[in-house]
Design a protein around this ligand. Structure first.
Ligand code: UFG
Length: 327
């Protein structure tokens, strides 16, 4: 029985594929390489260069491979772009997943682990955020992911389809081997942008707002290592296959760091002064996003291994230093 990983050539997907293979699973990767990289796909995974909108091709894949479950990463994930091009996000994320789930139902594939996001919550009512808290996305990216969660819920009520949606907080870091890591174009995430300074690609890091109601005025986020996210996907799939009910889980460390603290940690890791310049707030940024991951810990038995920010940034630095231009 094989596991299909959509978006397995992307940042989080490629780490999950590696974790699955290291755990002895047989993996099939589906990716259209629109934002992913062929080099990121583990050589032991079978690769299909394919678009999830293509229902006939999905049918062929499901018939040719003995797929027991799907881990679904394939999506666009830039918050800013989603506000300028909402239909691109509805088309790829929502309609692409609709096509995938229809194919799963047609072919009797029962289990799906879905890559969701903390952006489903929007401005939190309180921190740490619980899965039962209000979901009111403040951007189109989060809205498409929330719509998919709901689509899976209603579909699961009518068909033999079981899902886990994993709401990640701030994914970061890279595989400790240094062989795969984060490569986005354009890059919008804080840690890789900070590391562009010691790499000589950027003069300074811009700090988006230092007038938030936090201890140093900068935004607080919950940074979670990509390998810890990978572990959670495998646990979630095993949970479903063992008869666990469909559910939603947060994935974070449960500890928040300010933008200034992240920069300071990167200075220590890289030994570079990393100049920072204060800039206006970025539209749509909540002051604080910190997860309660108690549910994933107690039900899935998940335990993040990288709960130290310095180690997390060290793995990112090892990757970027050795791959300054990505793949
Ligand atoms: N930031 C800066 N300067 C930069 C880039 C970011 O100060 O150059 C700040 C942001 O304002 C924010 C923090 O650093 O306060 C983290 O920003 P990221 O862009 O790295 O991450 P976000 O928290 O905005 O977004 C992440 C994921 C999204 C997901 C979201 C959930 O990248 O996919 O969490 O809220 F939707």
């Amino acid at each position: 029985m094989k596991i299909l990983v959509t978006g397995g050539a992307g940042y989080i997907g490629s780490h999950a594929v590696r974790a699955l293979i290291e755990a002895g699973r047989e993996v099939v990767v589906l990716d259209d390489l629109s934002t992913g990289f062929r080099e990121a796909v583990h050589p032991d995974a079978k690769f299909y260069n394919m678009d999830i909108h293509d229902g006939e091709a999905l049918d062929k894949l499901f018939r040719a491979e003995d797929i027991a479950g799907v881990i679904h990463f394939a999506a666009f994930s830039q918050v800013g772009e989603s506000m300028k091009k909402p239909l691109k996000y509805y088309d790829n994320n929502l309609s692409g997943t609709l096509s995938l789930i229809k194919a799963m139902v047609r072919n009797g594939v029962k289990y799906i682990v879905f890559s969701s996001t903390a952006a489903t919550y929007g401005e939190p009512e309180r921190v740490p955020i619980l899965e039962s808290d209000r979901t009111q996305p403040t951007n189109c990216y989060g809205e498409t992911k929330l719509a998919i969660e709901k689509m899976m819920k209603w579909t699961g009520g009518a068909h033999d389809l079981h899902y886990v949606a994993l709401r990640y907080f701030n994914a970061c870091g890279a595989h400790p081997s240094g062989e795969i890591g984060e490569a986005h174009d354009p890059e919008t995430h804080l840690i890789p942008l900070i590391l562009q300074v010691p790499l000589g690609k950027r003069e300074a890091i811009s700090v988006f707002g230092d007038d938030y109601p936090t201890k140093d005025g900068t935004c607080i986020r919950d940074y979670i290592h990509v390998c810890d996210l990978s572990d959670a996907h495998i646990l979630a799939l095993d949970y479903l296959m063992d008869g666990g009910g469909s559910d939603v889980f947060n994935l974070g460390n449960g500890e928040g760091f300010t933008v200034k603290e992240v920069i300071e940690t990167a200075r220590r890791v890289t030994g570079h002064p990393i100049p920072a310049e204060m800039c206006p707030r970025r539209a749509g940024d909540p002051a604080q996003l910190v997860a309660s991951s108690e549910k994933a810990r107690s039900i899935l038995g998940w335990k993040p291994r990288y709960n130290d920010l310095e180690t997390i940034i060290q793995t990112a630095w090892d990757w970027h230093r050795n791959h300054p231009n990505g793949y």
